[in-house]
Design a protein around this ligand. Sequence first.
Ligand code: TMP
Length: 209
Amino acid sequence: MKRGKFITFEGGEATGKSTQTKRLAERLQQAGIPVVVTREPGGTPVGEDVRELIMKDRPTDPVTELLLFAAARAEHMTSIIRPALDEGTWVISDRFIDSTRVYQGKLYGIERTFIEQLERFTVAPDYPDLTLILDVPANEGVERAQSRGTLSRYDAQRIETHEALREGFLEIATAEPQRCVLIDGYLPVASVETAVWQAVSAHLLAEAD
Ligand code: TMP
């Protein structure tokens, strides 16, 4: 049995990840590929509890937050992601390790080696096969977050925050070009969907045949 492929969507606040996650899943299903859609934090009861906790009262210490995300991820890998990949199902996750690297690492200053160690114990060797990074200008991120009413979260009202997040994701895209594809998330939704499909076709569908 062929192992499933693991795709993640990443990007700052309000970059359109959730919409594109759903659209890609529909396209894969239409192509006859079994797919599981999930998200982080979330995807399991523990993960959804962590999401609720973090959204409600952000911990004071960024390390607390990092460990909560890591705990949710361990559970997610073991009970959802690995079993699906093992049975040949593709997995699409709305956020994954790069969100930790950028939010807890770049934005909140936690040492990279600590984050990498946690990845080793939670994710390795099942890193994503393809990561689609949705990139939107920082001012657009602020406007979108404002219109969604998510302003209080993660300093989303500050343009500097969106700039730092954007830069962090761009750095990852540059450092890992074999895994990551940068997508212009400022384009109309249908054009983003086309770009996503092109990336998936080029990177994964040809070799899945
Ligand atoms: P969202 O997925 O609805 O955008 O909300 C998740 C929030 O959690 C978002 O602000 C990014 C943040 N987050 C981290 O800070 N670290 C992580 O590892 C993950 C998965 C999410």
